[in-house]
Write a protein that binds this ligand. Structure first.
Ligand code: CMC
Length: 391
């Protein structure tokens, strides 16, 4: 027999048991493996958090070093990947390119597909953690017309990524502590968020035993959309549009509330937070600090703050419990670091990578069945076939 009830958008359907991320949307609480997001953002670095999410415990110095070394050993990609990248038009959106390249990695690393033992899983995990930052940096550099280089094993994971992104051919690369710390923090804040759209996608693709890399590739595709990770790009574009419209926030607030207008206040609202997104609080503070440290003044920061204030006082937003989410201020920080708008969502992907991996690994270790929801059929009853001349 069929099912009789449905839950569009799975608003109220649990898909799994998970020990990775705790989220209480009413109270605005987020914890990775039991650790408060505020504390991790303050004290940990991104790779430590990646280890924590994936393996469940904070690593000792020794374990972290081994993890980092194993990742470093995987930080080359087959040179032929450059040919694939070359085939894309320069105007291609980096998220589409990244999703394709991540899936192409399977062809160059076929042993990463059938990963049944923990050891095989580990090898696939350090591979993708090593190679994904290279693909991300190359995607950007190709657009920017810069040569495609590899990183520097002497640097930390995040610093190395920044070098791969921004080092110009004849310049010395100088690490910028403010930028490294800020990016570390942003990546940590994005690292996991339980069963969101892209993570559920990763788990469901992985549940067919399709392999880690393609599962991640599908997650990247899901993250691309403006209702999910793509919101960080959409927020800056919206703030820029408001700035060019004489900073008329009232007009955009009215548009967001008008149900006949598809426009939404980007960076506002969340499926599970009916209170402040704790990540948004941390990022708002970080935006002020990073811009001050870098000596950057960005007029859209003031527009964002004004918009937030108006929304938090407006009955439409109050009644619906719509608060700023993680994407509302993140783009302002990315931009201050010199990361171009179309790379904002790839930055989210880089941050979310450990979460996707952790959730995929948990799903496989728990031997979860293939994901296969049911439906309520609302189509035609049995009909008689009509020959083409009689239609
Ligand atoms: N602007 C105006 N109205 C909104 C907004 C918004 N940003 N978000 C929700 N609403 C309204 C919505 O129209 C609905 O009103 P009504 O009850 O009168 O029909 C009510 O609030 C509930 O919204 P919903 O669309 O049913 O809620 P959802 O859980 O399906 O959607 C969301 C959640 C995040 C997709 C949505 O809030 C949204 O589109 N926000 C803007 C895009 C955005 O910032 N996305 C990033 C999410 S956080 C990070 C991430 O996942 O990447």
């Amino acid at each position: 027999g069929g099912v009789t009830t449905i839950d569009p958008g799975f608003k109220n359907t649990g898909s799994c048991e998970s020990a990775i991320t705790f989220l209480n949307g009413e109270e605005g609480i987020l914890r990775y493996r039991g650790y408060a997001i505020e504390e991790l953002a303050e004290k940990a670095d991104f790779l430590e958090v990646a280890y924590l999410l994936i393996f469940g415990e904070l690593p000792s110095a020794e374990k972290l070093l081994k993890f980092h070394n194993d990742i470093r050993a995987q930080s080359r990609v087959d040179e032929d990947v450059k040919k694939i990248l070359d085939g894309f038009p320069k105007s291609a959106h980096p998220m589409g390119v990244l999703s394709s390249l991540t899936s192409a990695l399977v062809a160059f690393n076929p042993s990463s597909v059938n990963v049944d033992s923990e050891e095989e899983m580990y090898n696939a995990i350090v591979r993708i953690l090593g190679k994904f930052p290279v693909l991300t940096a190359w995607t950007y550099r190709k657009r920017a017309g810069l040569p495609l280089d590899y990183g520097d094993a002497s640097l930390g994971y995040v610093d190395n990524f920044l070098k791969m992104m921004f080092k110009h051919p004849n310049d010395e690369y100088k690490s910028n502590e403010v930028v490294v710390d800020a990016l570390d923090k942003l990546l940590i804040l994005h690292a996991d968020h339980e069963q969101n759209c892209s993570t559920s996608t990763v788990r469901i693709v992985g549940s067919s035993h399709a392999g880690l890399f393609v599962s991640i590739s599908a997650g990247i595709a899901a993250l691309w959309g403006p209702l999910h990770g793509g919101a960080n790009q959409a927020v800056i574009e919206m703030l820029e549009a408001i700035k060019d419209d004489d900073g008329d926030t009232k007009k955009y607030m009215a548009k967001a509330k008008d149900k006949s207008d598809p426009f939404r206040l980007m960076g506002f609202g969340h499926r599970v937070y009916k209170n402040f997104d704790p990540r948004a609080r941390i990022i708002k503070k970080a935006a002020d600090e990073v811009l001050a440290d870098l000596g950057v003044e960005d007029p859209v920061l003031d527009i964002a703050k004004g918009l937030e204030k108006e929304a938090l006082e407006d009955p439409y937003f109050v009644d619906r419990k719509l608060y700023p989410n993680v994407d509302f201020y993140s783009g302002i920080i990315y931009r201050a670091m010199g990361i171009p708008v179309e790379m904002f969502t790839p930055m989210f992907a880089l941050g979310r990578l450990p979460g996707w991996i952790a959730q995929w690994r948990e799903m496989r270790l728990r031997k979860e069945p293939i994901g296969r929801p049911r439906q309520v059929y609302i189509g035609e009853n049995l009909r008689k076939f009509k020959d083409i001349e009689n239609r």
